[in-house]
Design a binder for this molecule. Sequence first.
Ligand SMILES: [Zn+2]
Ligand SMILES: [Zn+2]
Ligand SMILES: [Zn+2]
Length: 194
Amino acid sequence: MVRALLVKHWLSDTFAEKQLKLYNCPVCNCQKASNHFVMSSCGNFPLISVCNNCSDFHYIEKIDCTCSICKRKLPSTYFQHYRTRFKKNGMRLRVNTNCKDCSKKESSIVSKLKRENPAPQYLTPCPQCGKICYEKVEDIPEGIVGTNGPWQCDHDHKTKEFRGYLCKRCNTGTGLIGDNIEYFQTALKNKKIK
Ligand SMILES: [Zn+2]
Ligand SMILES: [Zn+2]
Ligand SMILES: [Zn+2]
């Protein structure tokens, strides 16, 4: 009877331990549960040893950045930063140049545009670079000069007008640089940049 109780006790202990595994943050020197860390995809260990609080405090540069949409100069904490991508100086990389307020507005505009204009099928050409767009980079067959999704909804930031869907590379600009001057000319024409 006593033995059975002990076994039960031991089992629940290990279960609780598994649920509440603590990790030590070397910056604040605190033991914290896994929800305070960026965990690996299997959830077994923190990808970054520094806890999220310390990361936000110490690894986001204390500089002012200009938002590319509203043009306000704001502290970098107004911008989204990757948790696992860093600049050469060891500070976290900014996700984009849109401030939090504009990002929020943008994402609601984009989801509305996406609802009204469904994305094209994959294995169809990107309207800008003309390459066949595969859903993911790893889907592009060996020897094929393709491009990859996910399709990016392109719109005019000022008029909120829908412009079309672009492949991921064209949207981030990597489809243009060092690739083909014609893509850039098409891009200019599409965006009506004078
Ligand atoms: Zn910490
Ligand atoms: Zn802004
Ligand atoms: Zn493209």
